[in-house]
Design a protein around this ligand. Structure first.
Ligand code: 5RP
Length: 240
């Protein structure tokens, strides 16, 4: 979005990036205040979640006693480097709290996630957590979802058929590519990014997508977030 809005002014873009990084950090530090010793904590994925994980790592080194449940291979590696004790999603009996980032959130705490391609594990974590805290910089706040392309995870075998169906639904599916190869999720699946700007009934779209065989999960996180903590310049906003 930044590239689109500020293509020419590199200095301004750099300053904005610095502000955004600070906002992410503020939100991450605020969210970590909800973590207590003894908790099992779902660890999200992405640059904002990384900041939260680094702070947890710092606190674990100072005696905080938690068990983390990573939402991606990337997060698992980072948490291991920081010596945060981990168990897998399958092993976790219950998850007290999950802290994760987002690509967009609206006034009703509905989200688009999956920019980092970890939406499936992230959604399973969120669904199975007693409390879900989303951390974000101020650029993620929108009046209505859809400026960000909606990621969905698809089974490779079915992906061409799914692309045909979604094209007919005018969702302009694009197969996600990374370094010249199809992006592969931690579950070995593909990601399609959909243009949902024109969609007014998001829950209905979500249901229609879930009915198409081979779509494993969508990046629409509806009614899953309990708290959203947003860094806004020098301050923090909390939405519940
Ligand atoms: C990964 C996600 C991320 O939480 C989302 O993309 C936000 O990332 P970042 O904090 O880097 O902006 O959903 O699948």
């Amino acid at each position: 979005a930044l590239e689109r809005e500020y293509p020419a002014n590199k200095k301004f873009k750099y300053q904005l990036m610095t502000t955004i990084d600070h906002e992410k950090k503020r939100a991450a530090l605020e969210a970590v205040k909800y973590v207590r010793s003894g908790m099992t904590v779902g660890l999200g994925t992405g640059s904002t979640a990384n900041l939260m994980i680094k702070e947890l790592g710092r606190q674990v080194a100072n005696g905080l006693n938690i068990i983390g449940v990573p939402s991606s291979e990337h997060t698992r590696k980072l948490a291991l480097e920081l010596h945060i004790p981990l168990i897998s999603l399958a092993e976790a009996a219950r998850i007290d709290l999950t802290i994760d980032g987002t690509d967009e959130f609206d006034p009703y705490l509905q989200l688009i996630k999956g920019g980092g391609g970890a939406l499936l594990h992230e959604k399973i974590l969120a669904y199975n957590s007693d409390l879900v805290i989303i951390i974000a910089d101020s650029q993620k706040q929108v009046k209505r979802l859809g400026s960000f392309k909606l990621p969905i995870e698809t089974i490779p075998l079915a992906t061409q058929k799914i692309i045909q169906s979604l094209t007919q639904m005018q969702l302009q599916p694009t197969l996600r590519v990374k370094e010249g190869q199809n992006f592969i999720t931690d579950e070995g699946n593909y990601i399609l990014d959909l243009n949902i700007k024109h969609i007014t009934n998001i829950p209905s779209l979500n249901n229609r997508l879930k009915e198409i065989p081979g779509i494993v999960e969508t990046g629409l996180f509806l009614d899953l977030a309990d708290i959203i903590i947003v860094g806004k310049g020098e301050s923090i906003r909390t939405y519940k």
